[in-house]
Design a protein. Sequence first.
Length: 131
Amino acid sequence: WHQLLRHRRATFIAGRPSARNSYVTPPLFKVALERGNDRPMMRLLELSKDSRYLYEKLFYEFTSDAEYAVLNAAVRPVYSQMNLQDLWDLTRLRTRNDVQEELRETTKSLVRQLARPDLLGEAALHFIANE
């Protein structure tokens, strides 16, 4: 989510990490799986299981410190506030093919979540889609 912070005119706030969330699969792990090597993925699953166990154990005694047991690969919620121009800039800059895959997919996910006429309005969606 740190890559999103480069958009200085938009406000981004990260939610607390939780071992209860899913995990992002690193691109190299996907390549390894495609080539028949499941060891990296199995290790990630093992570590995520251990992380969740430790998180749950700490959560009830030390709620605010439990997040230190969460892996960096854990999905965490990010909240944002920006105007339509900044949303357009973010979309234009962060959905290009030369952008890191995870950031590109995160930005596309944001656009899909907002791509509802009841949220932005038809004119705004048309503007974003056609630029």
